[in-house]
Design a protein around this ligand. Structure first.
Ligand SMILES: [Zn+2]
Length: 137
């Protein structure tokens, strides 16, 4: 049984992963046209500016799309975790983030369902942002 693949922070994404480790969701946006982008990147895909800034995300969004994983691949690594949900969540800031939906039955997930971030400390270095159904306030 091998170790699960983990994100490897690079120069562009280091700040994002540092924020997650502190349980803060941060999104990079263009300092010129203010377009948010994910994943972090050196250039703005909208105006090509290399000036960027980081903003605190609300941590709220909606389910854009998802799949339910029922057959673990590789089998020995994920056998104890199926079924689990891999989703694209559209954040309030307008970017879509690949993630997992947790805290609800896979069959209960609906397109447009409001979700909020939860942080999962999977190792000493890496904390993964996952999303659960929003609790109505
Ligand atoms: Zn821009």
């Amino acid at each position: 049984m091998g170790a699960k693949p983990m994100p490897v922070p690079d120069a562009d994404s280091r700040r994002f992963w540092e924020g997650c480790r502190e349980h803060r969701l941060q999104i990079e946006r263009c300092a010129d046209c203010k377009t948010a982008r994910f994943p972090p990147a050196a250039l703005c895909p909208h105006c090509r500016s290399s000036r960027s800034e980081w903003v605190a995300a609300s941590g709220r969004g909606t389910v854009f799309s998802w799949i339910v994983v029922r057959h673990p691949v590789p089998k020995d690594m994920y056998a104890g975790e199926v079924p689990y949900v891999v989703a694209l969540v559209e954040l309030e800031e307008g970017v879509r983030m690949p993630t997992n939906i947790v805290g609800c039955a896979p069959d209960a997930i609906r397109a447009g369902m409001p979700v909020e971030v939860v942080f999962d400390d999977v190792s000493a270095d890496i904390t993964l942002p996952r999303f659960r159904p929003q609790v109505p306030s």
